[in-house]
Write a protein that binds this ligand. Sequence first.
Ligand code: LHQ
Length: 255
Amino acid sequence: TILYELSDGVAVITMNRPEKFNAFTEKMNKEITDALKQAQKDPEVRCILFTGAGRAFNAGQDLGDVQGGAVDFGGFLRNRYNPMILQFQKTEKPIVAAVNGVAAGAGMSVALACDIRLASDKASFVNAFVNIGLVPDSGGCWFLPRIVGIGKALELAMTGEKVSAEEALRIGLVNQVYPAERFQEEALAYARKLAALPTRAIGLIKRTMSRGLEMGLEETLEYEAFAQEAAGSTEDHREGVAAFMEKRAPRFQGR
Ligand code: LHQ
């Protein structure tokens, strides 16, 4: 239910159930978790680009699987979604969401769990949970207020209204918007640029900032010192300083 393709340091993960707007099934949850683990392990992978096949990014849980009641919601989340979302955070490489179309429900949450969001001008976001009497899940209650602030987060979660790409850019929900005609190329070019940067430092930036969100200043300063010891011992750090002194472009290896 997904495609995994590696080229030029970028692992492209494509959710691939276009006829169902790439809605999640148990199989897809598992495949995404495994693909992220594989990308984390593979030293060739220096950036992950996460996108959807066809018209949609992802419409959330496949509602065909949950209709008729008698759903173990807690189990659904604990077994399928929560491990997947945690894997986004545990993957210490940049993850870029290329939001090609609508991102709804848990599909929106997954976009939020990525580090950077790029949107096609045809993309949109729907915090659809409330529309079916549910609560944002898959990290939606954690990421959304941290990305757009509590005021906007509550508005989007309580109304379940569709947000256009343009509005998403305005409120900081996405980092860039590109015309649909050249969206794929632009997203790939963006990911390739990230893949050429010092990957270890980027992984440490990701970990330190997400911890910093939950720690006080003193603890964060200490964690920065720890992270800097790790970053400062990389080849990429030495290369960065050497390139600066020699007035040339750096060639980072991700080590
Ligand atoms: C779909 C879906 C879909 C199946 C569109 N399933 N077919 C966790 C724990 C346990 C249980 C519950 O869930 C969760 C997490 C969650 O994600 S809850 C939230 C689930 N998602 C939603 O409620 C979103 C439902 N979909 C929509 O609101 C709309 O379809 C969106 C806004 C995504 C797109 O609207 P449109 O562009 O107007 O397209 P459409 O509504 O015509 O949908 C296109 C097709 O995709 C259509 O099929 P059809 O055969 O009629 O062409 C839809 O039935 C299908 N589809 N979402 N989640």
